[in-house]
Design a protein around this ligand. Structure first.
Ligand code: 3UK
Length: 532
C-alpha cells in the first residue's frame, strides 16, 4: 500500500533478501498504517494546545508551534498548488540551518513529498549527481546558495520546478496561500527522506527513510538516553541535511514540544557565544568542536547548558575529560549513521565511560561479528552489527549487500564489547593499521596523543613501510606556542609509549597547521594517507 502517486522510491527499494531485519518490540514503536511525520510531530502538538509555545528560533525569527505549522502548510500549498508536486516526488532542499529550511522539510513531509537535503558546501557536480540519482523534480533553495544549483540545473532535465527563499520568491508565493493544509495521508512505509551519505570516498549513496523510520528514531534514543523536556532549548552545529542535525536540531525538539535555535554559522568560535545568547540547554556538535570550544568556554556564560551530545566520530577520552573540567558536563556520546538515520549505541551521563561509546539504545540490538558473520565473545575486535526499528535502504545501489548481511546492518566500524557490555570503538574497518603483525587502531593512538598538553588536534594513519608492511604515522597540529621540531616529535613518541602499549607509538610524526575534515566534522583519513 502507498499514498505515493510517483512510486520512484518504492520501486527502487533493495530486494527483500537484502532488506535489514526490523524490530518493533518497544510499546512506543507500534505505529498506525497511516502516518505522516509533520502531522505526528507538529499538527498533533498544536491540536493538543501547544500552539503558542516557542518552536523554532533564529536570527530575527521567533516562531511558535502554530507559526511553524502555518509556514509548513503554506510551503506544502505552494509545492502542490503552484509547483505541481504529487506524493512521492523528490524535493531538493538547500540552505544553511535557518527556520525557513526547517519549515521546508516539514512542508515537504506534509505534502507527501520526499525531502532530499543537500550539504551547504556541495558543488554543482555533486548536486548534479544527487539530482540524477534521485530523479529530483523540485527544489527549494536558500538564494545565498543558489549559484552551484544554477550551474547544476543546466545539466539536470528532471529538475523543472524551483523556488528560492531568503530573497522572497518562495516567501511571496506563500503569502498568497491560506495557513491551513490537510496532511497527505501517507502510509507509515512511504519514503519521506533521502539522505545522501557524507561519504569520505566514492559515489554518494542515497539512504531512504520512511515516515515510520523518522518517528521510530524519535521514539528510541531521545526518550531513553537524552531525555529532553519541553522547556529545553536545542542548539548546535550539524546541518539539517545531515541526519545527525535533522534529528538533533529539528525532529527531536519537536517530538517533546521543546524549541530549537537554528544558527547559520555554528563553528566552535561562535557556538559558545550563541549558547549564552539563547540560554540554550541542549547542544549537538562533533568531538573536535567540543575540544576547540573548551579553550574559550570559560569566557562565556554557559550556565544554561545541561546536556551535550557528541557524534560523527569517536569521542576521545581526553576531550570528554576536558569538557567536563571546563563546564562540569559529562558528554553524551552516541554512534549513529546516515543509513540507520540516527544514534543506536550511546550512553547517558550516568552510564558514560571514557573511551567507550555506550550500550545499544533501547529498541536496538548490537553484536560484534567475525568475517564469517559469527558472533564474537567480549574482548575480541570484530565488525559492528546492529538492528532495530530503522535500517539501511539504499536507493538502487549494489552496496546494499555490503551494509546489510543476514538482516544485520554492518556499519563498517571495528568495535569490541568489554566485560561490562560497553561497546568500545576501534576504527573504521578499513582504517585498521597493520604494523609488524600487530593490529593498531588509529583512533586509540590519537586518543593518547590528545592527552599531551601541546597537542591541539591529530590524525593517525598507516603509512606503507617495506619492513613492517605499515607504520603508524601521526599528523599533529600543535597548540599555539609550541614548535614542531625533532625534540617535540621525540617527546610525543615517548608520551604515547608511556600511555598505551609501546608498539602502538607513531614511528613517523608530521606537524601541520590543519587537518582535512568533512563538512560533518569527520577527519578524512584517506586524505592523510594519499597526501603522504
Ligand atoms: C562514525 C562514530 C565513533 C562511524 C551520524 C549520529 O555520523 C553519522 O552518520 P555518517 O553516515 O557516519 C557514520 C559513521 O560515523 N561515527 C559516528 N558517530 C560515532 N564513530 N563514535 C561515534 N559516536 O564510523 C559510523 O559508522 O556521517 C551520527 C547521528 C546520525 C548520523 N548520521
Amino acid at each position: 500500500m502507498t499514498a505515493h502517486i510517483d512510486t520512484f522510491a518504492r520501486d527502487r527499494l533493495p530486494p527483500p533478501a537484502l532488506m535489514p531485519e526490523l524490530i518493533f518490540e518497544l510499546p512506543a514503536l507500534q505505529f498506525p498504517a497511516l502516518l505522516n511525520t509533520t502531522a505526528a510531530l507538529l499538527d498533533r502538538r498544536v491540536a493538543e494546545g501547544d500552539g503558542d509555545r516557542p518552536a523554532v528560533l533564529g536570527t530575527g525569527v521567533h516562531w511558535s508551534y502554530a507559526d511553524l505549522q502555518a509556514q509548513a502548510n503554506r510551503i506544502a500549498r505552494v509545492l502542490t498548488e503552484d509547483l505541481g508536486l504529487v506524493p512521492g516526488n523528490r524535493v531538493l532542499l538547500r540552505g544553511a540551518n535557518t527556520p525557513m529550511l526547517a519549515a521546508c522539510f516539514l512542508g515537504v513531509f506534509k505534502a507527501g513529498g520526499i525531502a532530499v537535503g543537500t550539504m551547504p558546501l556541495l558543488r554543482a557536480r555533486e548536486l548534479q549527481a544527487i539530482v540524477d540519482k534521485a530523479q529530483i523534480s523540485h527544489a527549494l533553495c536558500d538564494n545565498r546558495l543558489a549559484a552551484e544549483l544554477d550551474t547544476a540545473q543546466q545539466a539536470c532535465p528532471t529538475l523543472k520546478h524551483r523556488l528560492d527563499f531568503m530573497d522572497g520568491a518562495l516567501e511571496s508565493a506563500m503569502t498568497a496561500k491560506p495557513a491551513s493544509f490537510e496532511a497527505v495521508p501517507t502510509e507509515a512505509e512511504d519514503i519521506a527522506l533521502m539522505a545522501f551519505t557524507s561519504g569520505t570516498t566514492g559515489v554518494p549513496k542515497g539512504t531512504m527513510h520512511t515516515h515510520r523510520d523518522i518517528l521510530a528514531a524519535c521514539a528510541c534514543w531521545p526518550p531513553h538516553v537524552l531525555r529532553p523536556v519541553a522547556s529545553d532549548v536545542f542548539i548546535g552545529s550539524p546541518p539539517l541535511a545531515f541526519t545527525f542535525g535533522l534529528g538533533g536540531l529539528l525532529l527531536f525538539p519537536l517530538s517533546v514540544g521543546a524549541s530549537t535555535v537554528l544558527l547559520e554559522k555554528a563553528t566552535p568560535d561562535v557556538l559558545p557565544a550563541a549558547i549564552a545568547q539563547w540560554r540554550a540547554t541542549v547542544c549537538f556538535t562533533a568531538p573536535t568542536s567540543y575540544r576547540a570550544m573548551a579553550a574559550t568556554a570559560k569566557q562565556h556564560d554557559l550556565s544554561s547548558l545541561r546536556k551535550c551530545v557528541s557524534a560523527g566520530e569517536a569521542l576521545p577520552a581526553a576531550t570528554r575529560q576536558l569538557w567536563k573540567q571546563t563546564t562540569g558536563i559529562e558528554i553524551i556520546d552516541g554512534i549513529g549513521s546516515t543509513e540507520m538515520l540516527h544514534i543506536f549505541i550511546s550512553a547517558d551521563e550516568a552510564q558514560a565511560r571514557p573511551g567507550a561509546t555506550g550500550v545499544p539504545v533501547p529498541g536496538y540490538r548490537a553484536a560484534i561479528l567475525d568475517d564469517q558473520g559469527r558472533e564474537l565473545p567480549p574482548g575480541q575486535v570484530g565488525r559492528l552489527a546492529v538492528k532495530g526499528p530503522t535500517g539501511c535502504k539504499y536507493l538502487a545501489d549494489d552496496r546494499q549487500a555490503t551494509y546489510v548481511q543476514q538482516g544485520w546492518n554492518l556499519t563498517g566500524d571495528a568495535y569490541l564489547v568489554d566485560e561490562a557490555g560497553h561497546y568500545v570503538y576501534q576504527a573504521r574497518t578499513d582504517d585498521m593499521i597493520i604494523s609488524g603483525g600487530y593490529n593498531i587502531a588509529g583512533p586509540e593512538v590519537e586518543g593518547a596523543l590528545l592527552l599531551h598538553p601541546a597537542v591541539a588536534e591529530c590524525g593517525v594513519v598507516g603509512q606503507a613501510d617495506p619492513e613492517r608492511g605499515q607504520i603508524v604515522k601521526a599528523h599533529v597540529v600543535l597548540k599555539p606556542g609550541h614548535t614542531g621540531d625533532e625534540a617535540m616529535a621525540k617527546a610525543l613518541q615517548d608520551f604515547v609509549k608511556q600511555t598505551i602499549a609501546p608498539y602502538k607509538y607513531p614511528r613517523a610524526i608530521e606537524f601541520r597547521t590543519t587537518l582535512p575534515r568533512t563538512e560533518t566534522g569527520k577527519l578524512q583519513r584517506f586524505r592523510l594517507r594519499t597526501e603522504a
